[in-house]
Design a binder for this molecule. Structure first.
Ligand SMILES: [Zn+2]
Length: 474
């Protein structure tokens, strides 16, 4: 039974999907006017892990994450650089994929819609909102009419409309009826990109895009909506208002929000100027280390980012990898039937399997999950200290490393780099030979390709050719 801390309720709740065995989730994506910083990488990595965990637990997941490719900051950037909005969007979407591919996001089956490709859907919802008196047009802009949604507004952020109103800046413009009314549609100024609408030339407000895209791909009621804590108010609050009034559904049933990444105790953000780009961090640390670092803390807690923390994550990851390479080397040795059966390792493996599910079921506690892995790694190392291990014991070792690999790579998405001494070669050399063989195969040089395969086989290394990659084992 998976439990989720639902921001909407302010407590842990048992997850009951709308459709048995299926999960629909929507996560707010980046505004593509700059390279992503390490703080933006946290929701990308965490929600990718949520998806992977649901799949591990047997669910079919439909996962939507948008790209905001039109907004004020993007228009400003395009003007500064003297290029079009589309040029800016393309540049930073390409960069997003380039950077995030290194932290191993699962792209397969993901739906990544762009705001500008869904303007028609947004206009449709805005029209409905106007018809129902939940929105009004004012001098070419359209605003959500808070007055008619007073009772429920603030349910996600836990703020009352009175608190919000007294906190809102006194609005001197005559365009809005209430300072809390937010833009659904903005009239285009001279020289700005625009789309035609019933209210003239303009562009959508930011919040409406997520209402439109989640509705298009997941329907008016779906399971999970995610994003960073900074999006709770006003973005998610406004999404709820628009969607409930405009599509008639319940909207998202579970709201999951990840915490910030801090630097020296202060939130990392573009506006504070204390941020590190993911691509800068990738110059010094591998993506798998960054991913492991992000998942080492509970997602709702803030994480302190520093080189030191990353170095620690790297050494933790190496501890896991070293145990696996030790185990693989041991497996490559000749087997005798005499020796330890490693029953205690078997028991510890079964306990770890239960524990991993138990902690991850409790609100995706990746920190606890990693803790469980460290325990089994300790027991694996202890087992490997045995002088003699029986064939049965070796089977348990094999099962243990396969389990560690599955959890680390498939569920947590942290790819392991295991160096194994194979005869008088290292696994790095094997990888290099495979790379040469792959090039030869691309050039249809089958003689060379077969020669590499046969020689490696002679050294006890088995190759398995898959669709786009060759794996090897000893
Ligand atoms: Zn959003």
């Amino acid at each position: 039974m998976i439990k989720i801390y639902n921001t909407l309720k302010g407590e842990l709740e048992e997850f009951k999907p709308l459709k048995a065995g299926e999960v629909s989730m929507y996560v707010c994506g980046p505004t593509v006017y700059n390279y992503i910083h390490i703080g933006n990488s946290r929701p990308a990595i965490f929600f990718d892990t949520v998806r992977r965990y649901f799949e591990f637990r047997g669910y079919k997941v439909k996962y939507v994450q948008n790209f905001t490719d039109v907004d004020d900051k993007m228009i400003k950037k395009a003007n500064e650089e003297g290029v079009t909005l589309q040029d800016i969007a393309k540049k930073y979407i390409d960069a997003y994929f380039e950077d995030t591919s290194k932290v191993n996001l699962k792209e397969e089956g993901m739906i990544r819609p762009k705001a500008t490709e869904n303007i028609g859907e947004m206009i449709k919802i805005i029209k409905t909102l106007i018809e129902k008196d939940y929105a009004y047009e004012s001098q070419g802009d359209v605003y959500f009419n808070i007055e008619n949604y007073k009772k429920e507004y603030g349910e996600l952020s836990g703020q009352s409309i009175d608190d919000l109103q007294s906190g809102a800046r006194i609005n001197i413009s005559e365009i809005k009826r209430n300072p809390l009314d937010f833009a659904l549609w903005k009239k285009a100024k001279d020289g700005e990109p625009y789309w035609n609408s019933p209210w003239g030339k303009g562009r959508p407000g930011w919040h409406i895009e997520c209402s439109a895209m989640s509705n298009k791909y997941l329907g008016s009621t779906f399971d999970i909506h995610g994003g960073g804590q900074d999006l709770i108010f006003p973005h998610h609050e406004n999404e709820i208002a628009q969607s409930k009034c405009g599509t008639g559904g319940e909207f998202a049933r579970y709201w999951i929000h990840n915490g910030y990444i801090n630097i020296k105790g202060e939130k990392m953000s573009k506006s504070l100027g204390n941020f590190f780009l993911l691509r800068e961090v990738l110059e010094n640390f591998e993506g798998r280390v960054i991913r492991f670092f992000i998942l080492s803390a509970h997602y709702r807690k803030p994480i302190d980012f520093s080189d030191n923390e990353l170095i620690q994550s790297k050494s933790g990851l190496e501890r896991i990898e070293n145990a696996i390479s030790r185990a693989k080397e041991r497996l490559a040795e000749k087997v005798s039937n005499e020796g330890e059966n490693l029953e205690s390792l078997k028991e510890s493996l079964e306990n770890t399997k239960d524990k991993f599910i138990k902690v991850m079921d409790e609100d995706f506690n990746t920190a606890g999950g990693i803790g469980a892995i460290f325990e089994i790694v300790k027991d694996l190392n202890k087992a490997l200290d045995e002088e003699k291990i029986s064939a049965k014991g070796l089977e348990i070792i094999e099962e243990t490393i396969e389990y560690i690999r599955t959890v680390m790579e498939d569920v947590l998405g942290v790819l392991l780099k295991v160096e194994v001494q194979v005869g008088n070669m290292t696994s790095e050399l094997v990888e290099f030979l495979l790379e040469l063989r792959r090039e030869a195969r691309d050039n249809k040089d089958w003689d060379f390709s077969d020669k590499v395969r046969d020689r490696l086989q002679g050294m006890g290394i088995k190759l398995k050719d898959g669709k786009d990659k060759t794996t090897w084992s000893i």
